[in-house]
Design a protein around this ligand. Structure first.
Ligand code: AMP
Length: 212
């Protein structure tokens, strides 16, 4: 089943997508990761997106949709998780067109529900490996050695957009642009809500149950 995982920044979409990828062999498409790879590689797209992402705003729809279209061209029948896309109603409509063109279907739009207070704590404490992208948290999931990735020994860094000053802009962008996407999938009969609070494994079980 193809799914999308959505929810506010800090809901745990990336963590859960990584587990679904590993355990159910699903393809993980994260627009945030794609943008960060483009920024790291200093591509034209990355250069356009960097300042926007660093200040916590959404990258314009036409750039984001174009990037996702390219990812669809690389697909080969594996079930996928869309993580962080669509974030606007225009993107949701574009996704429907893209699915239809490619003879694909979306099974469920899974919303990870996490209350506002937890989001800020999760985001400010998040640390990401600059080499392999693995995610840790200073309190909830600390690495064995401070600042060093358990998986590959890479340096752990705080994302620029996880600084407190940027988080409020990201949450506002979410409320204004992404909350209407919820209604879009409710109307389409694809919407499912999962409690995103608690242990990673417990949240995983809730999501996996939706895929059974
Ligand atoms: P994420 O890693 O999903 O939190 O995304 C990080 C940042 O990338 C967001 O704050 C946006 O600036 C940008 N971004 C990711 N996905 C999208 C999207 N679907 N539409 C617009 N901007 C996006």
């Amino acid at each position: 089943m193809n799914i999308l995982l959505f929810g506010p920044p800090g809901a745990g979409k990336g963590t859960q997508s990584a587990l679904l990828k590993e355990r159910l062999n699903m393809l993980h498409i994260s627009t945030g990761d794609l943008f960060r790879a483009n920024i790291k590689g200093q591509t034209e797209l990355g250069l356009k997106a960097k300042a926007i992402i660093d200040r916590g705003d959404l990258v314009p729809d036409e750039i984001t949709i174009g990037m996702v279209e390219q990812e669809f061209q690389k697909m080969s029948g594996q079930s996928f998780i869309l993580d962080g896309f669509p974030r606007t109603v225009a993107q949701a409509e574009a996704l429907d067109r893209l699915l239809a063109t490619n003879n694909m279907d979306l099974g469920k739009a899974i919303f990870m529900d996490v209350s506002h207070d937890y989001l800020v704590k999760r985001l400010t404490g998040r640390r990401v490996c600059s080499d392999c992208g693995a995610t840790f948290h200073v309190d909830a999931m600390p690495p064995k050695k401070e600042g060093v990735c358990d998986n590959c020994g890479g340096e752990l860094k705080q994302r620029k957009d996880d600084h407190e000053s940027v988080i409020s802009t990201r949450l506002k962008a979410y409320e204004e642009n992404t909350l209407p996407v919820l209604e879009y999938y409710k109307e389409a009969g694809k919407y499912v809500e999962v409690d995103g609070l608690g242990e990673t494994e417990d949240v995983y079980k809730r999501i996996a149950a939706e895929l059974a």
